[in-house]
Design a protein around this ligand. Structure first.
Ligand SMILES: Nc1nc2c(c(=O)[nH]1)N[C@H]1C(S)=C(S)[C@@H](COP(=O)(O)O)O[C@H]1N2
Ligand SMILES: [Mo]
Length: 231
C-alpha cells in the first residue's frame, strides 16, 4: 500500500478518506514543512526575535583586545563542581566527539545572523565526560582576554549549545574567538564567550563581565532580556 492511500487521522481523530484533496494537500505541506495554515515552518516573524534586524555580514564585538593563542599553548580547563575535572590540549580536544549545528546568532546590539554552521563539541557531551556534581547549578566561562560570562547549568546544557572550533567548515578566526569559543544560540550572543579558556562549574551563580555592568543575567532574546531592571 502506498503512503498516499493510507487512511489519515483528522484533527479530531476521525479518519479522512485517503483520496481527499485535503489529505493530499496536508501531505504535501508536511513534506514542505508547512503547518495547516500553509505557513512555512519558520517564517521570519517567528525566527527574528523582537527588536532585532537581520544582517548578512558577521560583526565583531569584544573588549578590543583579541588574544592570539598558539595552538601548542592552547588549553581548555574544566574546573569546580565536577567529578572529573579536565584540562584538554589541542589534540585531546580534537579527539572528543564532534557535533555540527546550524544556528542563528542574536546580539543584544540588535543584529541577528541566520544559519551559522558550527563544528565543535556539544556541551551535553562535555557534561557526560566531566560529570557535574549535584551541587553544581551554574557555570562561569573564563576567556583568554579576561572576559567572563555566567550561565545556569540548564542553559549551558541546551541541546544546540556547542564549544566550537569551526565556522562554515573553516577554523574560527581570531576576531571571532578562535581557537575555541562557546556558542549558546538561544541566548544573546554576549553569553557565547570567545577565546574560551576555562569552564568553571559552581554551586550558586556569579555574574560575569557584562552581567555586572547592567546586562540581564539570563539574556533570552525572545523575552528581550537585554538589560537588568534591578541591581
Ligand atoms: N572573550 C570574550 N568573549 C566575548 C566578548 C568579549 O569581549 N570577550 N564579547 C561578547 C559579545 S558582547 C558579543 S556580541 C559576542 C560577539 O562575537 P563576534 O565578535 O564573533 O560577533 O562575543 C561575546 N563574547
Ligand atoms: Mo554583544
Amino acid at each position: 500500500m502506498s503512503e498516499d492511500s493510507q487512511p489519515q487521522a483528522g484533527p479530531d481523530g476521525a479518519s479522512l478518506p485517503s483520496d481527499s484533496k485535503l489529505t493530499t494537500t496536508k501531505q504535501r505541506w508536511a513534506r514542505e514543512g508547512k503547518f495547516l495554515t500553509g505557513r512555512v515552518t519558520r517564517p521570519d516573524s517567528d525566527r527574528l526575535p523582537p527588536g532585532q534586524h537581520l544582517v548578512r555580514d558577521w560583526p565583531v564585538l569584544d573588549l578590543g583586545l583579541q588574544p592570539r593563542i598558539p595552538l601548542d599553548h592552547w588549553r581548555l580547563d574544566v574546573t569546580g563542581e565536577v567529578e572529573h575535572p579536565a584540562s584538554w590540549d589541542w589534540s585531546a580536544f580534537g579527539a572528543l566527539k564532534q557535533t555540527r549545528e546550524v544556528t542563528d546568532i542574536h546580539c543584544v546590539t540588535t543584529w541577528s545572523r541566520y544559519d551559522n554552521r558550527w563544528d565543535g563539541v556539544a556541551t551535553r557531551d562535555l557534561l557526560d565526560l566531566v560529570m557535574p556534581k549535584a551541587t553544581a547549578t551554574h557555570v562561569v566561562l573564563h576567556s583568554y582576554d579576561g572576559y567572563t560570562t555566567n550561565l545556569a547549568l540548564e542553559d549551558f546544557a541546551a541541546e544546540d549549545a556547542l564549544v566550537v572550533h569551526s565556522w562554515e567548515g573553516k577554523p574560527l578566526t581570531v576576531e571571532h574567538g578562535g581557537p575555541v569559543r562557546l556558542v549558546v544560540p538561544h541566548l544573546y550572543f554576549w553569553k557565547s564567550a570567545k577565546w574560551l579558556k576555562q569552564i568553571e562549574f559552581r554551586a550558586g551563580d556569579r555574574r560575569g563581565f557584562w552581567e555586572e555592568r547592567g546586562y540581564h543575567n539570563h539574556a533570552d532574546p525572545w523575552k528581550e532580556e537585554r538589560y537588568s531592571d534591578d541591581e
